[in-house]
Each structure stands twice: as C-alpha cells, then as structure tokens.
Design a protein around this ligand. Structure first.
Ligand SMILES: Nc1nc2c(ncn2[C@@H]2O[C@H](COP(=O)(O)OP(=O)(O)OP(=O)(O)O)[C@@H](O)[C@H]2O)c(=O)[nH]1
Ligand SMILES: [Mg+2]
Length: 376
C-alpha cells in the first residue's frame, strides 16, 4: 500500500522511529520515511482526522504525504470516510490540471513496468508530473502482483515529480476501478498531468481501464507464438497503439517481424478510436529506444482527438457511464440486501436451477417483492 517509498522492505514500512513520530502528514512535512497513510494496516490510533479543507489544501499544494492520505481516504470502505472523501473530491474537482490518461496492459513480463520507468523518467525530465497506478484485481488475493515490487521503477519511485501508487486492494473489480478513478482525480488535482494506469492482461480489467483513460496501450513481446500470446483479439481491438517490446540484442529481428505481423492484423481491425489508426511499434524499454517516439505517437493522438472533439466527448461519456455504473451497483446492493429479497432469493434461484420455475417468473416475483418492500 505504499506509494512513494522506493527501496524499503515492505515490512519496514510501518516502523516508526522516534524521530519520525512528529510527522503527522500535515502540509509541510515531507519526510519520505513516514507512514503517510496510516490506514495501511498499522494505522496510528493517535493520527488526527484531517478536515476537508486540510485535505484539499494539501493535495492542491502538491504535498505528497497529504496526497497519499487522501488516496487512503477514498480507498477506505467506512461510511464516514466515504462522506468525507466525497466532499474532498467535490471540492478538488474544479482544480484539476488538464492531463493525459494512458492505460497500459500486456502479457505478464512484457516490460510494462520497465516501460513506465523509462517513459516516466523521460517525461519528468521534460517538465511533466507523472502519476502511476494500477488496476490489479488479484491484489486482494496476492497482495498485488503489479507495482508490488518497485524494483523495475526504482528511479521513478524516487523522482520528486513522479508519484507511484499500487493498485487498491480488496473488493470487486468494480470496487477497485472506482477507487482508481477517484485516485486519478486526486492526481490531477495535485498537479500531475500524465497519468499512467497499468493493468494485467486478464480480460475484464482491460475493458474497465479502457473506460477510464484517453489512450490505451498494449505491450507485447515477440516469439510467444502466433496465437496473439493469449491476449484476446478483443484487447487488440481496444488498443490505440501496440508496442512489441524487447526489440534489443538477440530479440531485435523477432520483434521487428512481430511488429510487421501486427501491422498486418491491425489493417483489418476497426480502430479503437474514431479517426485514429492503431499501429504497432518496436521499443526497448530497457535501452529506451523507441520510447520517445512512442510518446510522440501519444501526443499526436491527443492533438488529433482534441481537434476532432473525440477526446472531450469520450471523457464526457466515460463520466456518464461511471455515474450509471455506480447507480447500478448501488441499486444491486440495495436489492440484494433488502429483507424482502435477501430471504427469498436463494430459494428462488434454487428452484430455477432445478428447472421448476422459469427464470423470467423468478425475476418478476423478486422485483415485485422488492417494489412492495420499498413501500414499507
Ligand atoms: N531485453 C529486454 N528486457 C526487458 C525489456 N523490458 C523489460 N525487460 C525485462 O523483462 C522482465 C519483465 O519486465 P517488467 O517491466 O517487470 O514487465 P511487466 O510487463 O511489468 O511484468 P508484470 O508486471 O509482471 O506483468 C524484466 O526482467 C525486465 O528487465 C526490454 O525492452 N528488453
Ligand atoms: Mg509490471
């Protein structure tokens, strides 16, 4: 759950030496050694709850400790924190810096993290502020496989103009996605103008990340067969660029061939974004070759889609969709937890499973019971 503490043993993160005790995360305290987000397991009982204004001022001033605490607040499941988080987000919304949000997916080990390190470093050197997070649905089970170890991003993790936050853990994929979306808003309010969201190559999470970013990148490697490397065609179809990475040393030729093959395949696919042709490129995240050129592609994309209005239209649609899915989730929860449903649902489902009752009849009965129940 740590965000900006690169080279420490995870178990050491919560250790507070006496000398660190005075840092309470208030604006102005920037010690890297402090457990910035008390809620990550061993929260300090003495930690004072901050006010909305303190969160807002802290995030806006770019204070890393306060940003980390604000993210922890929005990740919290407690109802009290939800209300506070909502107020903080509402207050911060008008103060966001315009940004480019890039989603990055790909087969395990393709070099996503190495690419983020290389690209992120180049961007901060160029005056950008880069925030990195991840959507990793397995993180609640495994403790987070992506961004979990930051050895691939050592330099970026120590870069004062970069901020790395691992995937929120716990809950459903939808829950993780909600937290990530809100985290992105906090990043922007804190002045980050390039947001990178890494995800693992497993179906649903890609679609979710696509729905929260402007540009979606697929990172692949050559030599894993012609079967699109277990990456479903659907993922290729939502990508705005494909990188065949590890185009270096002995892998150069194979990477070039794979690039040509993908260029060919892409020719026959409908582009992910209207008015934009998805293309394949070679990179070496390790040497940095092709990485700058890749960023030029992103910039071109932003220019083209801004001009056509697609950029703004997609963001607006993403926001609308987000509202709808939140409402849907809320309704579903309301429905399932309603006394009229909670007690009858399992039995009815069983009856349907046994073939004794049509699904339509069961659903109609449940909805009628729910409607009746709402009147009480
Ligand atoms: N030769 C070469 N190796 C690379 C390159 N990029 C990454 N690697 C190596 O590939 C391995 C995996 O790199 P990561 O950056 O962790 O890959 P990832 O896609 O983030 O992996 P997961 O997060 O585990 O899915 C590491 O050993 C890297 O050093 C590259 O461009 N060339
Ligand atoms: Mg990784």
């Amino acid at each position: 759950m740590k965000d900006d503490q690169p080279k420490q043993n995870p178990s050491a993160l919560h250790v507070r030496k006496g000398v660190d005790g005075g840092h309470d995360g208030l604006p102005g305290t920037r010690s890297r050694g402090v457990d910035a987000d008390g809620a990550s397991g061993s929260s300090s009982p003495r930690r004072r709850q901050l006010s909305v204004q303190e969160y807002v001022d802290g995030v806006r001033s770019g204070d890393r400790v306060l940003l980390a605490r604000a993210i922890t607040l929005i990740e919290s499941g407690s109802a009290e924190h939800r209300d506070l988080a909502s107020e903080v987000l509402t207050a911060l919304l008008p103060h966001r810096r315009p940004s480019v949000r890039v989603g990055i997916t790909g087969v395990p080990g393709a070099g996503k993290s190495t690419l983020i390190e290389s690209l992120g470093g180049a961007l901060t050197a160029d005056g950008h502020k880069v925030a990195v997070t991840a959507v990793d649905p397995s993180s609640s089970v495994t403790g987070g496989s992506i961004l979990g170890d930051k050895t691939r991003m050592e330099k970026l993790a120590a870069d004062p103009n970069a901020f790395i936050r691992p995937s929120p853990s716990g809950g459903t994929l939808g829950g993780v996605a909600r937290k990530t979306r809100e985290t992105v808003l906090l990043f922007e309010a804190a002045g980050y103008d390039v947001i990178l969201v890494e995800t693992v190559g497993v179906g649903q999470s890609e679609v979710l990340v696509r729905s929260m970013v402007d540009f979606f990148l697929l990172v692949l490697i050559a030599g894993a067969g012609d079967d699109l490397q277990g990456i479903k065609k659907g993922v290729v179809e939502i990508a705005d660029a494909i990188l065949i990475n590890k185009a270096d040393g002995a892998g150069t030729q194979a990477a070039r061939r794979a690039r040509a093959e993908f260029e060919h395949v892409l020719h026959y696919l409908r582009p992910a974004t209207e008015g934009w042709r998805t293309r394949a490129f070679n990179t070496s995240a390790r040497t940095g070759e092709g990485v700058e050129e890749f960023w030029q592609v992103v910039q071109k994309y932003v220019a083209v889609t801004r001009k056509s209005g697609i950029f703004a239209a997609r963001r607006a649609e993403q926001e609308r969709q987000w509202v709808r899915s939140l409402v849907q989730e809320g309704l579903d929860e309301l429905f399932r937890n309603h006394p009229a449903i909670r007690d009858t649902l399992p039995a009815l489902e069983e009856q349907v499973a046994r073939g004794e009752l049509p699904a339509t009849a069961a659903a109609a009965r449940l909805l009628a019971a729910f409607r009746e129940g709402l009147k009480d």
